[in-house]
Design a protein around this ligand. Sequence first.
Ligand code: SAM
Length: 193
Amino acid sequence: MTFEYWESRYQTQDMPWEKGEPSPGLVDFLAANTQLARGSVAVPGCGTGHDVLVWARAGFDAHGFDLAPSAIRLATERARAAGAPAQFQVTDFLRDDPPFHFDWVWEHTLFCAIQPAERDRYVEAVLRWLKPGGQYLAVNYLIPDTEGPPFGTTREELWERFSPHFNLATEYVPRSYPNRTGLELMMWWQRKS
Ligand SMILES: C[S@@+](CC[C@H](N)C(=O)[O-])C[C@H]1O[C@@H](n2cnc3c(N)ncnc32)[C@H](O)[C@@H]1O
């Protein structure tokens, strides 16, 4: 999907993904894993920034990236209002180089937002943006839809794409927004050295 497509979705306020709160699965993950070493996290396709603020409040050096300038403007305003030390930047995650290499990449509804034909490029981008030994935490949306966005995926596809590059630390069905209950799969991948 093009820059114009996403920017117009924000300008016309056609944003059904905007829930007014962070991913419940991410909130629970950070609450359950307070012992994690604090480091940098990239949130590609961050939208209006709810998840980035959760990472920042948990003590991570949190950076949100989005193709749509309107999303970055809303996220920056949200962070400023909350007094949260989060950074935001207009970026094409699939094509741009990272400002630096991250300890973590957090995925939430970007994989399902891009064209399925761009999924090879998505995996390459995750590898390009992460440090060696970095961690890829994803809440995947397991829906059957072929007309999107959102475009569906399966656990089998995710395994095929990510297991050559990452070891799977854990996977489980997380707590979700009400309209996604039972449709999400949290996968915590650690990059192979
Ligand atoms: C379905 S929305 C999800 C937003 C946010 N993750 C959330 O759950 O609220 C997908 C987001 O990805 C952004 N996006 C799409 N393609 C992108 C790309 N290549 N690089 C960075 N962001 C992208 C869109 O602008 C949009 O904000």
